[in-house]
Design a protein around this ligand. Sequence first.
Ligand SMILES: [Fe+2]
Ligand SMILES: [Fe+2]
Length: 362
Amino acid sequence: MSTAQHYAIPVAETGWTFDGRSEVQFTWEYDEGRAALLGLYDKGKKQQWDAAERLDWSHEVDWENPMALPDQQIPIYGTPIWEKMSGKERAELRRHLQAHTISQFLHGEQGALIATSKIVMTVPDADSKFYAATQVMDEARHVEAFSRLLHDKVGLAYPITSGLRTLLEQGLSDSRWDMTYLTMQILIEGLALAAFQRNRDVSGDPLVQAVHAYVMQDEARHVAFGRLALRDYYPQLTEAERAEREEFVVEACYHMRDRFSQREVFENLGMDQETLLDMFRGSEVMQQFRARLFTRIVPTVKDIGLWGEKVRNAYADMGVLDYADFDAEELLAADAKVAEDLDAQAFVARETGKGLGASAAE
Ligand SMILES: [Fe+2]
Ligand SMILES: [Fe+2]
């Protein structure tokens, strides 16, 4: 069924276009690649997978809670409003919140698809162009997987939020190649990794876990690529050029913290905005959740050398400075391992003739 029939609210900006200026760079040096980047390119080639085959799409989800997430994660859980809701109303809210989340993942993946194809054009070195080409295919696969999850298993969609739209527009309008990396590979993908991780580790549904785990396996490679490329590049910039990037990081992080909410769902379901906003501000669960979204971004930003006073002060103000001590490489390696473990489980399930659901439930 067409996505248009699934949108819970009208897709207001169907004709969204903007000037994505870029400087196309050819390279004539084909034989001088950096070992680390070429290693990632090799990995990218070997780890290609087919979303139609690696995932068990025959699995049925629970229509009242497709992502099988605990209600404790719903921002208004346990409040007087929640207590007054009937079972049917709670199921409706659950489905809408989950549809909203998966829709933003889907739109974000399309953004990544477009950003990476732009990187192929604008980045100066052959090794980076090679790597980015594998990522273009990865992102198309992610769009496919989330689109199928949304259409077949949730049956409801939300348009892109203005917060995500603004960030994508900023990253894609800047003609400098490193700004596309910084916005996409470090900030948006860093945020996505943390959000995907929540679904992967908390969902009780084997298909939902697997979609997120497999996508994360690729994303871990993408963030690693952004880290390597920018870690080489940023020390070469002048103080003023680096300060401009730091300013952008600070603004983008506050933007993600403050503008990435699910207010469209509550608005659509006719819930009072002011009461809800007060509740969100006072909710510890929500504050912790927002802080956790930065677990992947903070150590990476430190690692690529955008670690001036302004950035450190902003992270301290947001209460996320401690994440700077996380070992970014270790986190990314763990993401790859979870996907490999799921493959092993699926293999056992196939060999013993049991479905994936059976093997995960045992
Ligand atoms: Fe992706
Ligand atoms: Fe990605």
